[in-house]
Design a protein around this ligand. Structure first.
Ligand code: ATP
Length: 234
């Protein structure tokens, strides 16, 4: 579904990704793991067209998207829920959700998709007329995911959805991510919460200093000695 082939990405003269390759197949939940500054956000921003690689290619559903502008990538079916959520704080919950469904196909199905989002996150239904900026951190994360779903994506990319959330909310958000994936939406999950991500993913890649250092299914990586020592503190 998504194929990232040997991409190299720099900020000015500073290269931060080297020869990064990975793929997400239909229906998979793939985790991209790594420490602070490893380059995970850069990978997502490159896929969604916010950054241009200076080497390599990216394909989505057989189409090359390497040089596509971000709005076209989104229209093709990739929704990016960025780190820090990037909501419109002075707009209501409902208006934020509507902003996720501006493309014609998504707009046509806005009403039923919103009902689905409300069934996943009932708190958003209760607070639909409240300004997004007044929500708690967990509720804002739910709204950011909900807004991503409003575009009816084929692939949902989530950048650190657990960041800053209390453990009980982390669990809840991950359960919902699993449910979304079970509905047939492929997920690319960037996480620092390595244990949780490995338990729920189909496959995972570990990014270290801008390079993919390990890959495997969740069970394999949970048992990998380097992963245990470097990321799980075992
Ligand atoms: P985090 O979990 O902290 O978000 P990350 O794995 O997502 O980390 P990136 O945010 O992709 O990592 O950053 C990778 C490297 O690129 C880091 O060294 C970072 O300092 C650098 N970097 C990120 N954004 C920029 C930018 N706009 N300009 C220059 N350097 C940047």
């Amino acid at each position: 579904m998504l194929k990232v082939n040997n991409i190299h990405v720099s900020y000015g003269d500073v290269q931060v990704l080297w020869d990064v390759s990975f793929e997400v197949r239909e229906g998979e939940l793939v985790a991209l793991l790594g420490a602070n500054g490893a380059g995970k956000t850069t990978v997502l921003n490159t896929i969604s067209g916010l950054l241009r690689p200076h080497g390599g290619n990216i394909y989505f559903l057989e189409n090359e998207i390497t040089k596509m502008p971000a709005y076209r990538v989104a229209e093709m079916g990739i929704a990016h829920v960025p780190e820090g959520r990037r909501l419109f704080p002075e707009m209501t919950v409902r208006e934020n959700l509507e902003m996720g469904s501006l493309f014609p196909e998504a707009k046509k199905k806005r009403k039923e998709t919103m009902e689905w989002v409300f069934s996943l996150f009932p708190i958003l239904k209760d607070k639909q007329h409240q300004e997004a900026g007044t929500l708690s951190g967990g509720q804002q994360q739910m709204l950011a995911i909900g807004r991503g779903l409003m575009a009816l994506p084929k692939l949902l990319m989530l950048d650190e959805p657990s960041l800053g959330l209390a453990p009980v909310l982390v669990h809840q958000v991950f359960e919902i991510v699993k449910e979304i994936n079970q509905r047939g939406i492929a997920v690319l999950l960037v996480e620092q919460n390595v244990m949780h991500a490995l338990k729920m993913c189909t496959r995972a890649y570990v990014l270290e200093n801008g390079r993919i250092s390990l890959q495997g299914n969740g069970g394999e990586l949970l048992n990998n000695q380097h992963v245990k020592e470097a990321y799980l503190g075992i």
